[in-house]
Design a protein. Structure first.
Length: 379
């Protein structure tokens, strides 16, 4: 058995190597490295896949969030409600723009933002809500959008971890993650379900006016070259990455199915174990398992991780320190928050290898060792 990886991009690449190599070679041959034809075609193909009016490719997922916030014309001190249980990029861009992140709790089952916590946190200064579709699971968008509509607050979906997933509303309407709010954002970091071979990101919206403004923001604030109407930035997806993503977009549903199959194997192996809580799958969503994250109860999580590493099994803690406790937010009163669920989860979660190439032999080895180690430590 080959060494285990959290995400095995090499084996994934081998399956699509001829198409990838040809696409990259074609870009190099064209020398259209910036804003080449593949960038435009990828945007169009992603629009079709997501059933959304507009897609703006950009340099990375963090830029996507920043551009979305910049397009909303928020003022310094305006409040943005966000979960603390997320990757730092979600909240980093809020602070970067002089806005105030307001950290709220997550649902302990789904790991996504708690709609009741959103409602409780709204003030007259609340100007945006950022739900995060964490680990591949949709946030509770029906409730979130109802609250946002009631208070007339825009919603920016952080969909960096759940592209390929979808949400079903109570009336049966199904929408792709990232296309339900005012703006959606994603990342194409290589380990994502749809990942490129470098950095990349995209922004989605059905609002044409916002689309046009975000295009300007991402392009130095200009519509016409050298005529800059607003303050913007420089954020674009390069043509080689777009060429790679065009090929991988055709495989995205297969990739998500493969991750779900691996998650099913894990679920069966750990079913009924009193010390291991497997990921919850909300009825409203189609979980695409960017991460397979268990919770360990009454056993030393860090000791489990160390023993797994000794047996050649990688694992990760996403995220060891919640956002509100990061030093960067100390001056913003981060330590004043009392987020018991977030703190509880941070001490219990452990993510196991999950990717498109996991074999049954590998899954059998991982699950056997996890069970053996947990049982040993439980004593």
């Amino acid at each position: 058995m080959e060494p285990l990886q959290m995400v095995d991009l090499k084996r994934q690449y081998q399956k699509i190597k001829p198409q990838i190599d040809e696409a990259i070679a074609a870009v190099i041959d064209s020398t259209a490295f910036i804003n080449g034809q593949d960038v435009k075609l990828f945007a169009q193909e992603l629009e079709q896949y997501l059933d959304v009016k507009h897609v703006i490719p950009c340099a990375n997922g963090t830029d996507a969030l920043q551009i979305a916030l910049m397009a909303l014309d928020l003022k310094p001190g305006d409040e943005v409600i966000t979960p603390s249980f997320t990757f730092i990029a979600t909240v980093e861009v809020v602070a970067l723009l002089g806005l105030k992140p307001v950290f709220v709790e997550v649902d302990p089952r789904t790991f996504t933002i708690d709609p009741a916590a959103i409602r409780a946190a709204i003030t007259p200064r609340t100007k945006a809500i950022i739900p995060v579709h964490l680990y591949g699971q949709s946030a509770a968008m029906n409730e979130i959008l109802d609250i946002a509509a009631e208070y007339k607050i825009p919603v920016i979906e952080d969909n960096a971890q759940a592209i390929g997933g979808h949400y079903t509303f109570p009336d049966g309407l199904r929408k792709a993650n990232g296309t339900m709010g005012t703006i959606g954002t994603t990342s194409f970091f290589p380990s994502k379900n749809l990942g490129c071979y470098g950095d990349g990101g995209a922004i989605f919206t059905n609002d044409t006016a916002l689309y046009e403004k975000m295009q300007m923001v991402a392009n130095h604030g200009q519509k016409v070259r050298y005529y800059h109407e607003i303050v913007g930035c420089n954020s674009r997806l390069d043509t080689i990455q777009a060429a790679v993503l065009r090929i991988k977009l055709k495989e995205l549903d297969h990739y998500c199915d493969a991750r779900r199959a691996a998650a099913d194997y894990y679920d069966r192996a750990f079913a009924g174990h009193e010390l291991i809580t497997t990921p919850y799958r909300a009825d409203y969503g189609y979980h695409v398992f960017h991460q397979y994250t268990i919770q360990l109860d009454k056993v030393d999580r860090d000791a489990v991780q160390q023993r797994l590493a000794e047996r050649g099994i990688p694992s990760m803690i996403y995220y060891p320190v919640p956002s509100h406790k990061q030093e960067m937010f100390a001056a913003m009163g981060g330590a004043d928050y009392n987020l018991e669920i977030t703190d509880y989860l941070n001490k219990r979660v452990l993510s196991l290898p999950i990717h498109t190439e996991l074999s049954d032999d590998e899954l059998n080895y991982i699950t056997t060792q996890v069970l053996e180690i947990v049982n040993e430590l439980a004593g």
